[in-house]
Design a protein around this ligand. Structure first.
Ligand SMILES: *[C@@H]1O[C@H](CO)[C@@H](O)[C@H](O)[C@H]1NC(C)=O
Length: 171
């Protein structure tokens, strides 16, 4: 037969285990947020020069949120300023780097479902590099990196210019 001492001892052990499990659960909830849920269908897209390219970035939750409950920032590594920013229900392009002026488009109708993909128009060689898409909303924040490569370099000058005339560009 268990003594009173043993009963107290085992009760304490059980309480400590339950308490520890509870703490772990709280910590897991606090750190999960939306962190791992910002995703991209293609983290290494290839943009053809002078074409448009879609940089995919979305929040993998399918609930509709309010217009003010999502902010998106697109940045490019080693570049001053921003590529694109959407905050408080409107685009904010005051810090946009001049390289991207008039060349970026977010699908605002899709944003409320968490789709923050960026359309970059008229791809240039200088667009090559790493982009970071950050999404934050009331559930938390997360980011994904996308590495854009460019393809279809324009032919060298000797091919384009023969006998002083511009020859036809290759398709
Ligand atoms: C996000 O929107 C773009 C533009 O309409 C679309 O091409 C893309 O498939 C969408 N991505 C997701 C994950 O829904």
């Amino acid at each position: 037969m268990a003594s009173l001492g043993q009963i107290i001892f085992y009760t304490m052990i059980i309480l400590i285990v339950i308490f520890a499990a509870f703490i772990i659960l709280i910590l897991a909830l606090a750190f999960s947020g939306v962190g791992g849920r910002v995703q991209s269908t293609n983290t290494s897209p290839i943009g053809n020069l002078s074409d448009d390219v879609l940089l995919s970035c979305y929040l993998n939750t399918n609930h509709q949120r309010a217009v003010n409950d999502i902010s998106v920032t697109w940045k490019k590594a080693n570049l001053a300023g921003l590529v694109y920013k959407y905050e408080n229900g409107a685009p904010d392009l005051t810090d946009q780097n001049s390289q991207f002026k008039g060349r970026t488009l977010l699908f605002l109708d899709k944003l409320m479902t968490g789709n923050a993909s960026l359309l970059l128009k008229g791809v240039r060689n200088s667009d090559r590099g790493e982009y970071t898409c950050s999404i934050s909303c009331s559930e938390g924040a997360g980011k994904v990196n996308i590495y854009l490569r460019t393809a279809g370099a324009s032919p060298p000058a000797t091919e384009r210019c023969e006998n002083g005339k511009i020859s036809q560009m290759h398709a």
